[in-house]
Design a protein around this ligand. Structure first.
Ligand code: AP5
Ligand code: MG
Length: 218
């Protein structure tokens, strides 16, 4: 299964990616997580990406395409993958289609998680992530068992720097301008599966899994 998760900042892409990946035994690949890891480790990639991410702007297409191609060359993606946060611009989507075609591969589906912008601001201001493994929590809707400590790896929970409200508003504007056009792009390609992301996490998950199973059986 080769999947893309599409949706605005805070829609629940990372939350759902972890579960869907486990369900279908495909690795979730988050470009945002790759960049955050590179920034944490102060690698050349991190140094190049940091100023864009801090400002809530997109990292240049060429840089993103390079890391995605490299990641999808790894053997664990042989049976498929689940992309979270890529593609995010029309040039990225077009280049990625070309890349898959060269490899004789095709996408199975593009899951579009829809959520109202005001809900997104609230979600992102309450989000906490694990500094070590990137697991996602929320102060009201997805609490950790022991305060400030990741349930999965005991890492420290922190707030993402780009979750400051002004940066969130810019990320939402960037999404509307540069990423939202991809919905139509994938609808025309017959790949789009749109789900209501305002429901509780478990319900969103069930709807996505049911939709994907139906599509695979067709
Ligand atoms: P990225 O890390 O991809 O951030 P994003 O797209 O802004 O999305 P988020 O991770 O903020 O939200 P999410 O949809 O994953 O929601 P989550 O599950 O955490 O990218 C960061 C930056 O990297 C970009 O701004 C850009 O600079 C750069 N970048 C990355 N990819 C790029 C690309 N392709 N091109 C160029 N630049 C790129 O959930 C949010 C919160 O809500 C959590 O607290 C969660 O617990 C809660 N929640 C989730 N679902 C529900 C629910 N159903 N009900 C209630 N609460 C919920
Ligand atoms: Mg995410």
């Amino acid at each position: 299964m080769r999947l893309i998760l599409l949706g605005p900042p805070g829609a629940g892409k990372g939350t759902q990616a972890a579960r869907i990946g486990a369900e279908f035994k495909i690795p979730p690949v988050s470009t945002g997580d790759i960049f955050r890891e590179a920034i944490k480790n102060k690698t050349p990639l991190g140094e190049q990406a940091e100023r864009y991410i801090k400002a809530g702007e997109l990292v240049p297409d060429e840089l993103v395409l390079g890391i995605v191609k490299e990641r999808l060359a790894a053997p664990d993606t042989a049976q498929g993958f689940l992309l979270d946060g890529f593609p995010r611009t029309l040039p990225q989507a077009i280049a990625f289609d070309r890349h898959l075609a060269e490899k004789g591969q095709a996408l199975t589906a593009v899951v579009n998680i829809q959520v109202d912008p005001e809900v997104l601001v609230e979600r992102l201001s309450g989000r906490r992530i694990c500094r070590d493994c990137g697991a996602v929590y929320h102060v009201a809707t997805k609490k950790e068992q022991h305060p400030g400590v990741c349930d999965l790896c005991q890492g420290q929970l922190i707030q993402r720097e780009d979750d400051a409200e002004a940066t969130v508003r810019n990320r939402l504007a960037v999404y509307a301008q540069q990423t939202a056009p991809l919905i139509e792009y994938y609808r025309i390609a017959g790949l789009l599966l749109t789900v209501d992301g305002a429901q509780p996490i478990d319900d969103v998950y069930r709807v996505i899994v049911a939709g994907l199973r139906k599509r695979v059986e067709q």
